[in-house]
Design a protein around this ligand. Structure first.
Ligand code: SAH
Length: 393
């Protein structure tokens, strides 16, 4: 994963303005005005941020001293792996957006009861406490909850933040209702690992009538890319391995969406909004859907794959805030999700690749996602029509 060249630093302002989504990360600690309307400013700042030296994105595992977990515990409790937490915290697009949302909208938090669903190290709870929340309940099911307790104590917030270890579906809260639910629940392809359902459960059980959910909007997008080199390397490789046919593995590999960064120069078509979810209103069943798409080629090229990505927004802020995980935005740890097509499509500028995408949690394991793509191209140089099934696991 992650071996593609990601030209984020060379992103032109022009390109940034042409993004399907106007949501843009703003690395801005102090200023009140942030984001959407100032996308150019935000883009310039995002580019400047690329100068910041980031250490190993995979993080390094540090032995926790008197930690008595075995490797099996870590396998089933991957979030308590410090490297995992570190990767998320070092994702500045992610973490700084939450920080800015909280610090630049203190009016939302002042004297409010907050519930942090999946608190991890407690970072979002700490932001909320610092912003003036009356009390924050930080619920975390993995072993990292013990660390969160220590972190809260050593930072002097024990009187404001209560860390509760357990699944949100199983714990008891000392209050009947909360004013704010905050969570960073998004998975690869937005919905992988299905944590959204836990947030919806929490909303229905504990959110006060006039309460808010942060973030409250999430949208999924689709585009198409030229990807000959990487497809050859990752997929066609199995055709002939030292003279042997290993195409059975190729079939398997084709069915697994690849989480990876895509260079914006690979994009051949428009980026289409597939689905917007309103976290404050939607039902859990709304994570299963079929939506049509129409991707129009912006140049003559070949299409090897479809690429999905998402953005999230916080519409209750004084000014709309959020971030995008798209190929034209600064890279995040979510990267993008690449779905390789069986056919190599030869598409001419102006021609449309049409079809539909069906998304649903897997019936046996609802944390996995089943994706079906139907596509057809009736072009001057290429006619193709096919249905492909993918499984994210
Ligand atoms: N809020 C932290 C961590 C986000 S990762 C941050 O922003 O850095 C999501 C966290 O949610 C993980 O630590 C995971 O263990 C926890 N989690 C997932 N499902 C949960 C559930 N049903 N109940 C409680 N915690 C959950």
């Amino acid at each position: 994963m992650g071996r593609r060249k990601n030209n984020q630093t060379s992103m032109s302002l022009n390109n940034a303005q042409h993004q399907a989504t106007k949501i843009c990360f703003n690395d801005d600690d102090d200023e009140e005005n942030s984001n959407l309307d100032d996308s150019i400013v935000a883009t310039e700042k995002a580019i400047a941020m690329d100068d910041v030296t980031m250490s190993d994105p995979n993080g390094s595992f540090v032995d926790g001293g008197d930690d008595d977990n075995t490797s099996a515990d870590y396998y089933f409790d991957s979030y308590s792996h410090f490297g995992n937490m570190q990767e998320m915290l070092k994702d500045v697009v992610r973490t700084k957006t939450y920080q800015n949302v909280i610090f630049q909208n203190k009016f939302l938090f002042k004297d409010k009861i907050v519930l942090d669903v999946g608190a991890g190290t407690g970072i979002l709870s700490l932001f909320c406490a610092k912003a003036g929340a009356a009390h924050v309940y930080a619920v975390e099911c993995s072993h990292i909850a013990n660390m969160a307790k220590e972190i809260v104590e050593s930072n002097g917030y024990s009187n404001v933040i209560t860390v509760l270890k357990g699944k949100i579906e199983e714990i008891e809260l000392p209050v009947a209702k909360v004013d704010i639910i905050i969570s960073e629940w998004m998975g690869y392809f937005l919905l992988f690992e299905n944590m959204l359902n836990s947030v919806l459960y929490t909303r229905d059980k504990w959110l006060a009538n006039d309460g808010i959910v942060l973030p409250d909007k999430a949208s999924l997008y689709l585009t198409a890319i030229e990807d000959a080199e990487y497809k050859e390397d990752k997929i066609e490789f199995w055709n002939n391995v030292y003279g042997f046919d290993m195409t059975c593995i190729k079939k398997q590999a084709m069915g697994e969406p690849l989480v990876d960064t895509v260079d914006q120069n690979q994009i051949v078509t428009n980026c289409q909004l597939l689905k917007t979810m309103d976290i404050s209103k939607m039902a859990s069943g709304d994570t299963s859907f079929t939506v049509p798409f129409k991707l129009v080629a912006e140049r003559d090229d070949y299409i090897h794959a479809l690429v999905a990505y998402f953005d999230v927004s916080f519409t209750k802020c004084h000014k709309l805030m959020g971030f995008s995980t798209g190929p034209r935005s600064r890279a995040t740890h979510w990267k993008q999700t690449v779905l390789y097509l069986e056919d190599v499509l030869t598409i001419c500028q102006g021609e449309a690749l049409t079809g539909s995408m069906t998304v649903a949690p897997n019936k046996k394991n609802p944390r996995d996602i089943d994706i079906t793509i139907k596509y057809s191209l009736n072009g001057q140089r290429c006619v193709a029509s096919r249905t492909q099934h993918y499984k994210m696991r």
